[in-house]
Design a protein around this ligand. Sequence first.
Ligand SMILES: [Zn+2]
Length: 245
Amino acid sequence: MNIEEHREFCLTGIMSSLRLWVADVMNLLSPNCCAICGSHLCPSEQKLCARCLLSLDYLPERDFYDNPSARLFWGKVAVERAHSHLLYRSSSAVSTLLMQLKYNHRPDLGLWLGRQMAHELQPRGFFEGIDGIVPVPLAWQRLLKRGYNQSLMLARGVSEVTGLPVVADMVRRKRNNPSQTRLSGEERIQNAQDLFVACKKERHHHVLLVDDVLTTSATLVSCAQAISMANAGMRFSILTLGRAH
Ligand SMILES: [Zn+2]
C-alpha cells in the first residue's frame, strides 16, 4: 500500500465508522421494522412483513442445470448448478431489499436471506457434493466503506443451515472495479477481467460461489477463472440472491 492508498484507507475508515455508528443507532431505535416498507413487525415476522415477503418476485426455476442463470455461464466457465432466488428490477421491492442489504448497514439481513435460500434449496438437493462456500470478495476500499461483505453474510446464512464451511480466503479481489451499473454487457465483461487472484485449497473440489446479484455473469466468471487457475479441476455451482431483469 503506497502513501496515497494509506491516506485513503485511514480517511475511508474514519468516515465509514461514523456512518456505521449512525446506522447502528437508527437500527437500535427501530429494531422490529420491515426492511422494505418500514412497518412494525408482528412477533411471528422476521426482517420483512408478510405483505412485503409475498410481494417479492421469486424466480420460478425448477431445473438447476438449465435455467436463465445457468445459461449466462455457458461457453464461459463450466458450472454444475445455478440458482438465483429473486428477480431484480429497478424501483421494486427486491431493489429496496438489496439497497438495505448493501448500503444501510444490514449484515443481519444477509444472514437471514442466506438462511431462507438454503432452507428452500436443501431439500431439492442443490448442495449435494459441494464442499465449500466461497463468497465473491469486495475490494478493501468498498469493504471498509460498507463495514461488511454482503455476499459473505449470505454465505454464512447458507452455511448455518447446510453445515458447509465458508471459505472466505480462497480468492481475493486485486482491484476495485468501477461501478458496473452504467456499463453495457460488453464493457462489464472487459471491466471484470483479471479482477481476482486465488490460492490453492486442496481440501475443496466443488465450491458454491455466492454473490448478491447476477447481471452478465462477468464478475462470477472472472472469480471462477482465477480459482481454476490455482486449483485445476475445481467444480463450481452458483447461488445469487437476485438476477437482473
Ligand atoms: Zn413490509
